[in-house]
Write a protein of this length. Structure first.
Ligand SMILES: [Zn+2]
Length: 457
């Protein structure tokens, strides 16, 4: 007679060896111990590879790093545990992205006004799975209704990265989060009708100090990790040209104060020097884009230890390739010229640089997320880029304080007690960063929370 319990155990172990993500995943929050032997380690902080040590992952966390480790007592390779021979591959922390929009997999007009309500969620589940398979195990989401997706991922049903959600964009009327493409209509902001962008979780239009306070409180009620302010125009705004500054210093200070009361922080989409300066004075803890900041403003960012979250890929291609059409093309070219200045200035000042990609628009653009690794080589060494994508981003995520959703250990590093979010790279990314830009071939193993999602070893 077959013992049902041991049959199940063996089947599940076989399934994880064959790396069937669904089955491995279904084992839930206490995956079996995994011992990784023979890897060279980039720990997220140290510029040189560490060799000659093994890494043991138990209960989703790294439990030990040392020479000649063994699986814990009572577990045995292939049954309740697994030994992986890295064969000299480089082990890195899972990559992180400080500026995503996980829900934004179509035009914003379709997502808010034209598609069925549940379409955005269905697309985002697949988008999240692909993102994890590109090696991104944690993302800071910079706006959109991602709370439901986060819950599905955290529950272990949907594969995807950990998400630090912002939820609604906080935008002024005609600001960067005021997406309604119509110009001649009775605005929902002044008439008794609901704004579809609010109903679908994308934007709260808030003008004046009492309204912005209420908007921040609502984001926090949903579970926002941090607050995202739309603070200036941009290349793609429905109404606001690139030179526009949004929100007053009083409104910005009120937003920051509300976030601070909840132990977290605000960050701001801002291009103009005035918008960036006002936001710094108000107390934001990071700046998104920020490319037209003057030298003096960037110096202030450095003095106040503000983390700079800009994107290098988005302005390294021509307007066609960036998906620009019509009015967006001249705005894009203007931004591109300013961008080069911004990159050079921030590099020269040694600003603390996050790794973020801001890839959005259609699900097929997703692979560009990995191209950011290569775009940065115009300014940074591979080790600097990998540090940005791991420990520096993790430092930024820590600024959410008690609103940080993942409190069991540090992210973005390989250290005892850290999350078991790990990649095995088929080569040395410190010498060849293109391995990260081509994850299908470049990544041999992808693990999040001690669960294996890809294993080609
Ligand atoms: Zn963005």
């Amino acid at each position: 007679m077959i013992d049902r319990r041991s049959f199940l155990k063996t089947s599940l172990a076989a399934a994880s060896c064959a790396s069937l993500p669904g089955l491995a995943f279904a084992q839930g929050s206490s995956p079996a111990p995994i011992l990784i032997r023979g890897a060279s380690i980039f720990d997220g902080r140290t510029p040189e590879l560490i060799t000659g040590v093994d890494v043991l992952i138990e209960n989703g966390l790294i439990s030990a790093i040392g020479e000649n480790l063994d699986l814990p007592e009572g577990s045995e390779d292939g049954v309740a545990a697994q030994v992986i021979d890295a064969d000299g591959r480089v082990l890195t922390p899972g990559m992180t992205d400080a500026h995503t929009h996980v829900m934004w997999n179509d035009t914003i007009e379709n997502l808010i006004y034209a598609s069925p309500h549940e379409y955005a969620g269905a697309m985002a589940a697949e988008g999240a799975r692909r993102m994890l398979l590109r090696g991104f195990t944690t993302v800071r989401d910079m706006g959109g209704p991602s709370f439901g997706l986060k819950r599905a991922i955290d529950s272990g049903v949907v594969p995807g990265p950990r998400i630090l959600p912002s939820g609604f964009f906080i935008s002024q009327t005609s600001g960067h989060g005021d997406f309604d493409p119509r110009h001649n209509y009775l605005s929902p902001h002044f008439t008794p009708q609901m704004d579809p962008a609010y109903l679908r979780g994308w934007t709260i239009i808030a003008d004046g100090v009492p309204e912005v306070r209420k908007a921040v409180r609502e984001c926090l009620r949903y579970g926002a990790s941090q607050i995202k302010i739309m603070g200036s125009g941009s290349v793609t705004g429905a109404h606001d040209p690139l030179d526009v500054t949004e929100y007053t210093p009083e409104e910005l200070s009120a937003i920051v104060e509300e976030a601070t009361h909840w132990g977290t922080y605000a960050t701001i989409h801002a291009y103009t020097d005035v918008a960036i300066f006002n936001a710094i004075q108000a107390g934001v803890r990071s700046i998104e884009h920020g490319l037209f900041a003057s030298e003096a403003t960037m110096q202030l960012m450095k003095e106040k230890d503000i983390i700079y979250s800009t994107q290098f890929l988005s302005f390294s291609v021509g307007p066609d390739q960036a998906g620009m059409t019509g009015d967006s093309i001249p705005k894009y070219l203007e931004a591109q010229a300013g961008a080069k200045n911004g990159y050079e200035r921030s590099k020269a000042l040694g600003l603390k640089m996050a790794f973020g990609t801001d890839i959005l628009g259609t699900i097929d653009l997703g692979p560009f997320q990995s191209q950011e690794f290569v775009a940065r080589t115009a300014y940074y060494e591979p080790v600097e880029i990998l540090t940005q994508a791991t420990s520096i981003n993790a430092e930024l995520f820590e600024r959410s304080g008690q609103r940080h959703p993942y409190q069991d250990g540090p992210l973005g590093v390989i250290a005892e007690g850290a999350y078991g979010d790990l990649l095995l790279v088929n080569g040395n990314p410190l010498e060849d960063i293109t391995l990260m830009a081509n994850p299908d071939e470049g990544l041999g193993l992808i693990m999040k929370g001690g669960t294996i999602f890809k294993n080609t070893l």
